[in-house]
Design a protein around this ligand. Structure first.
Ligand code: SAH
Ligand code: SF4
Length: 347
């Protein structure tokens, strides 16, 4: 007696197209015996138009839509919770991923600027001693699909800037982050000009060099946070592996290669890195590098032994630093009351 064979498609898990890009679609369509040019239409439907079901893709033949729905899905992140700051109207979103893990995304509103602060990992393995995310460890990397879908899910908000400064260290998930940036930066994708995308790193020199070679005009921010190895290692354990000198050499090479300046982020922590001496050392450190220094007053995190300096001290630090350093800005964090500010994300 013949036993019925289960069909292959029923047995194997469907592939998720969200996170795949034109080259991947061309290959898939080739395997299905379809014309490769349809890859561009597929990309536009999934990213530019945000389709979540093949039936929406009216440009594609019914036959192809059916074929695709038998083998593939377009799965994204799922919104679990939204919190709105009473202080500045910034918003924090909790998203659930397909395996149940969760990440947070923040939306910030300014006069003509709507910025999405996007996560790249579930947690972060670098364990900076002052950062909430760093206390969770890293559960896993996000896929390119999960990174861009945080923006697609919030696209009704007219986001016009993206910062990869949420949970995680983008350069420890380089390939998926780069793929996500390419999707963001393309008109078949999310159509963000590269200069409206900022990637922030704790400082992985090899990856800074690699990014320099990508020929993308996006912005690079480096979390410096301390002017000496002794202080930086206490705050950022990664500094043991890649000390300040090595980090700055990579940054200088980046500026030389791309002919673009960078931003150094410097979280101001009371009695740790906020003295005049620190400001002087910092200004000397960045001398000769085309850069801006962005000062971020520390946002307190439960159970961590750090505080924000007084307003007076913050302003004194800024005024001492500038004009000793070429450009200095003071970032006022958003969404502190909903724990959405820099370094407060944790799930
Ligand atoms: N991992 C990357 C990107 C995410 S962190 C990086 O470290 O650059 C984004 C920024 O938030 C970094 O500049 C970090 O130094 C800063 N940050 C972390 N914890 C903070 C806190 N509690 N208060 C203020 N800024 C913080
Ligand atoms: Fe990770 Fe950045 Fe937080 Fe350090 S500051 S633990 S690198 S997210």
């Amino acid at each position: 007696m013949n036993r019925e064979q289960p069909s292959v498609t029923a047995k194997t898990q469907k592939m998720n197209l969200k996170g795949m890009w034109v080259g991947d679609f061309e290959q898939l369509l080739g395997e299905l015996g379809e014309k490769r040019y349809k890859a561009r239409q597929l990309a536009s439907w999934i990213y530019a138009k945000g389709a979540t079901d093949f039936s929406e893709m009216t440009e594609l033949s019914k036959d192809l839509r059916e074929k695709l729905s038998r083998i593939a899905t377009i799965n994204g992140v799922q919104l679990v919770r939204r919190q709105v700051s009473q202080k500045d109207l910034s918003e924090k979103f909790l998203f659930k991923l397909s395996d149940g893990e969760k990440v947070e995304t923040v939306l910030m509103w300014e006069a003509d600027r709507v910025t999405a602060c996007v996560s790249t990992q579930v947690g972060c393995p670098l364990g900076c001693t002052f950062c909430a995310t760093g206390q969770m460890g890293c559960k896993r990397n996000l896929t390119a699909g999960e990174i861009v879908d945080q923006i697609i899910a919030l696209r009704d908000n007219r986001i016009n800037h993206v910062v990869l400064m949420g949970m995680g260290e983008p350069f420890l998930n380089y390939d998926e982050v780069l793929k996500a940036i390419k999707i963001m930066n393309n008109e078949m994708g999310l159509s963000f000009a590269a200069k409206r995308i900022t990637v922030s790193t704790a400082g992985i020199p090899a990856m800074i060099q690699k990014l320099a070679d990508e020929n993308l005009k996006l912005k690079l921010a480096i979390s410096l946070n301390a002017p000496t190895d002794a202080k930086r290692t206490k705050l950022m354990p990664i500094n043991k592996k890649h000390p300040v000198k090595e980090l700055l050499a990579a940054v200088k090479a980046f500026v030389k290669k791309t002919k673009r300046g960078v931003t150094f982020e410097y979280v101001l922590i009371r009695d740790i890195n906020d003295s005049e001496k620190d400001a002087l050392a910092l200004s000397k450190l960045v001398q000769g590098i085309r850069c801006k220094i962005n000062l971020i007053p520390y946002n307190p995190v439960d159970d961590l032994p750090y505080d924000r300096p007084s307003e007076e001290r913050i302003l004194a630090f800024r005024d001492y630093l500038y004009p000793r350093a070429p450009a200095v800005t003071l970032r006022r964090s958003k969404g502190e009351d909903i724990l959405a500010a820099c370094g407060q994300l944790r799930v």
